[in-house]
Design a protein around this ligand. Structure first.
Ligand code: ARG
Length: 410
């Protein structure tokens, strides 16, 4: 029993995953605040039995437990806008975890408001990015809610101490040997850290990967996929329409079987440290490559180049926990205008560990074969090229002329 009971809080809504930390948190919060705890388990496509997780929360003592199926919303409101931006953090990570947190926070706030809660709690640690995403999202959505992250300030110094507490309070502790990694999974990808991965020199062991096969075990024969996009959103594979969740699951499965979408990186966390993480994101990787290719066909040069900068900024904003900011919304509007033309088909070739675009077409294509060709069909005005060079090079020519004059008459 915690001595200095804090009675200022009566009802807390908690982001509950069913793991040891958040299970201990249910009890710990009840103990510390003498309050009600409402558990919320969010389904972002992590393929877990959420009914079991709901029951577990209730057994530990939660007064209510919600299971929220957020899969479609996650894709259409979070991942697809990130796809419009072609967002990848530090050139690699398609932001699966970073996109999931602000949506979970949104649901926590909604439920907190509905249930009349004073506070929102989550299980993030004090040195990660996720605490920032939860805290900042919650304060952006309802500034009067208190935010509690027990792992940041509780007394347990190790997992063993937590297990002792759990056993004492009848909280089921993991009996089987757990995976030695910290894993976060959703439809947009899997984030894996800790264990041997903490040494950035060590190659990730095969058992660290969850949804991708080793490229060595992938089929040798390439596989062609034709992806359809409508206004920036993927809608069909090989001419067959799929709803977002089914489409992304299918691409994860096919891409995973070819060992596509594995990343191994040392990234710069928001709290200042570098961390080594590995990711698996078959669907996101395939879709981002395909989407960029389609944009290269339908957007003009200056827009494509400007959008590269937007893409980086968008990835930073998402990674930094600023989803619910004006800036993210404004960047979405920019991308959305351009997506009106991002419709068409992209032909992707899947090979072991690699996915490349080998064909693209669109009713909005700006590509003109007659202009690009080197055959007799060519209609390009070559004389125009000469005048263009004259004008384009004029500033450089003026400079060169001046320099040569000064050299001759110093
Ligand atoms: N580094 C990634 C991010 O900040 C993933 C963090 C969560 N990873 C995990 N294994 N729990 O978005």
């Amino acid at each position: 029993m915690i001595k200095d009971k804090d009675t200022s809080i009566k009802k807390i809504v908690l982001a509950y995953s069913g793991g040891l930390d958040t299970s201990v948190i249910v009890k710990w919060l009840m103990d510390k605040y003498g309050c009600e705890v409402i558990a919320v388990a969010a389904d972002l496509g992590q393929e877990e039995d959420l009914e079991k997780i709901r029951e577990k929360a209730l057994n530990i003592g939660a007064t209510k437990a919600y299971v929220e199926d957020l899969r479609e919303e996650f894709l259409t409101r979070y991942c697809f806008p990130a796809l419009w931006a072609n967002a990848v953090y530090e050139g690699k990570y398609p932001l699966a975890t970073a996109l999931g947190r602000p949506l979970i926070a949104e649901k926590l706030v909604q439920i907190a408001e509905k249930e009349g809660c004073d506070a929102v709690a989550h299980g993030s640690t004090g040195k990660g990015n996720d605490q920032v995403r939860f805290d900042v999202s919650i304060m952006a959505l309802n500034s009067s809610l208190q935010i509690i992250a027990p792992v940041r300030d509780w007394e347990f110094k190790s997992r063993e101490e937590e297990m002792v507490y759990a056993a004492k309070h009848g909280i089921p502790v993991p009996v089987t040997k757990e995976k030695p990694y910290s894993i976060d999974m959703n439809l947009w990808g899997v984030s894996i850290e800790c264990g041997v991965l903490e040494d950035p020199w060590v190659e990730p062991p095969e058992d660290a990967y969850l949804i991708t096969k080793s490229p060595q075990e992938a089929p040798k024969e390439p596989l062609y996929l034709e992806l359809t996009f409508e206004q920036g959103n993927p809608t069909a594979i090989d001419g067959i329409s799929y709803k977002p969740v089914e489409l992304v699951r299918k691409l994860n499965q096919i891409g995973g079987s070819y060992g596509i979408g594995r990343m191994d990186m040392v990234e710069n966390r928001l709290v200042g440290i570098k961390s080594r993480e590995i990711y698996e994101a078959p669907a996101a990787s395939i879709l981002i490559i395909a989407h960029r290719e389609l944009e290269s066909l339908v957007l003009d040069r200056e827009t494509v180049h400007f959008k590269e900068g937007v893409s980086n900024k968008y990835a930073e904003v998402v990674y930094y926990g600023l989803w619910h900011s004006q800036l993210r919304k404004a960047l979405d509007s920019f991308n959305l205008i351009l997506q009106k033309q991002v419709s068409g088909q992209v032909r992707m070739k899947l090979q072991p560990g690699q996915c490349i675009c080998v064909g693209r077409k669109s009713p909005f294509s700006l590509y003109s074969e007659e202009l690009a060709t080197y055959t007799q069909k060519d209609i390009f005005d070559h004389k125009g090229g000469e005048y263009f060079c004259k004008l384009w090079g004029l500033p450089l020519k003026l400079k060169a002329q001046k320099e040569s004059r000064e050299k001759n008459f110093p």
